[in-house]
Design a protein around this ligand. Structure first.
Ligand code: NDP
Length: 368
């Protein structure tokens, strides 16, 4: 039997021109036999809500469950998103998910330091895991998470939504096909001015750091997918203007440089002290690409030496989750990986950045 997936594969492989698509969400191919990934969220905060809203337009994903430390949020999710009461858990009862055949995967959207212990518990319960970035607060934790998921025979994916964003993917295509020539330089500027000093993002025990864990990671990850290599050294410098708001171990602003095997270098800025920094620039021997905004929720804007990128805006989380369903159930290989090993690389780079800062900007090599 020819599935819609086979049909689309044949269509794109031939010279037939596909009709113009107004919304890239329309390009998502349903899973075989109409199967859907039945997902539960762990930590019902602002990003979980954003994803839950985005799932309404998913073809391959259904929101079915919730784990929360706040009972009235569980009630709200039952009403607002139609989550069944028997699929609701607290952090105390969440191990019981093991005996729930109606949940396939848990999306972890709690503060960073909770990703590691919760991944270990959910893996033990035999469910696939999608974990928000940063996947952990250091490489050691990330390695333990990967090992736990392997041992439990469940898949671990990291919520790198930009890996499915059309303009980002077009620049990656251009770079892969040599349209930019040999890549020489990347610049990534990522930051915003953080408010409430009492929030978990400014608490080292819950955040694992400051701006680098939260927003600087986009520059690191972006440098890797834009250049198409993993850096082998880093140098980094920290500046702090407010030692009350940004306590020890919570970075306010870090500038860092990355060196890549083929000689390209990256110059990046991660900050909680400046507003509206969201810019990527990639330079090669034959051309350039720039994006601003480059990693916000969109619309992303981009242009290259060939002109403006006109790919349609997508709801990142809708496309990401539909694609992740195909990765989990059909072993689909994404253009840019989103597995635990991909998340681990970023953690190794963050560890090296913090090490370089501690050594007053000394060059630190990175091994994978
Ligand atoms: P929020 O503070 O809005 O939500 C976090 C939720 O985690 C809380 O609402 C709470 O939910 C739960 N939680 C459990 N323990 C704690 C605790 N000790 N302190 C605070 N909250 C706790 O954070 P975000 O939703 O903005 O971020 C969550 C994760 O998602 C982070 O890792 C962040 O980096 C990532 N993120 C990713 C984005 C992306 O674009 N990919 C964008 C934004 C965030 P409950 O009451 O249900 O227990």
């Amino acid at each position: 039997m020819t599935t819609r997936r086979d049909f689309l594969k044949k269509m794109t492989a031939s010279t037939v021109v596909l009709p113009l698509i107004s919304d890239i969400n329309d390009t998502v191919i349903p899973l075989a036999d109409g199967k859907q990934l039945r997902i539960a969220f762990c930590g019902l905060g602002s990003y979980a809500r954003r994803c839950a809203d985005a799932i309404k337009d998913c073809k391959n994903v259904k929101l079915v469950g919730a784990i929360s430390g706040t009972p009235n949020k569980l009630e709200e999710w039952q009403t607002k998103y139609g989550v069944a009461k028997e699929n609701c858990y607290s952090y105390e009862t969440m191990d019981g998910i093991k005996n729930n055949p109606n949940i396939d995967a848990v999306y972890i959207t709690t503060p960073n330091a909770l990703h590691h212990p919760q991944t270990l518990r959910i893996a033990k319960a035999g469910k696939h895991i999608i974990c928000e970035k940063p996947m952990a607060i250091n490489a050691k934790e990330a390695e333990e998470m990967i090992a736990a998921c392997k041992a439990a025979n469940v898949k671990l994916l990291i919520g790198y939504r930009m890996h499915f964003e059309p303009k980002t993917l077009e620049i990656i295509r251009m770079r892969k096909e040599g349209e930019l020539g040999k890549i020489l330089f990347f610049q990534g500027l990522c930051g915003f001015r953080i408010g409430d000093p009492t929030q978990w993002r400014l608490n080292k025990d819950l955040a694992g750091g400051g701006s680098m864990m939260d927003i600087g990671i986009y520059a690191i990850n972006g440098a890797r997918y834009m250049i198409g290599e993993d850096p082998i050294w880093v140098t980094a410098q920290e500046t702090k203007t407010d030692t009350v708001k940004f306590k020890a171990g919570v970075d306010e602003t870090i500038t860092f440089q990355l060196g890549f095997p083929n000689g390209a270098v990256a110059s990046c800025l991660s900050t909680y002290a400046m507003n509206g920094l969201d810019k990527f620039y990639l330079n090669g021997e034959k051309g350039f690409a720039e994006m601003q905004p480059s990693t916000g929720y969109g619309p992303i804007k981009g242009r290259t030496h060939k002109g403006e990128l006109t790919h349609p805006h997508v709801t990142h989380q809708t496309v990401q989750l539909d694609e992740m369903a195909a990765i989990l159930f059909e072993n689909k290989q994404p253009i840019v990986p989103v597995d635990g090993e991909e998340g681990l690389k970023d953690m190794k780079i963050i560890d090296a950045i913090f090490k370089s800062v501690a050594k007053n900007g000394e060059k630190v090599s990175i091994k994978y």
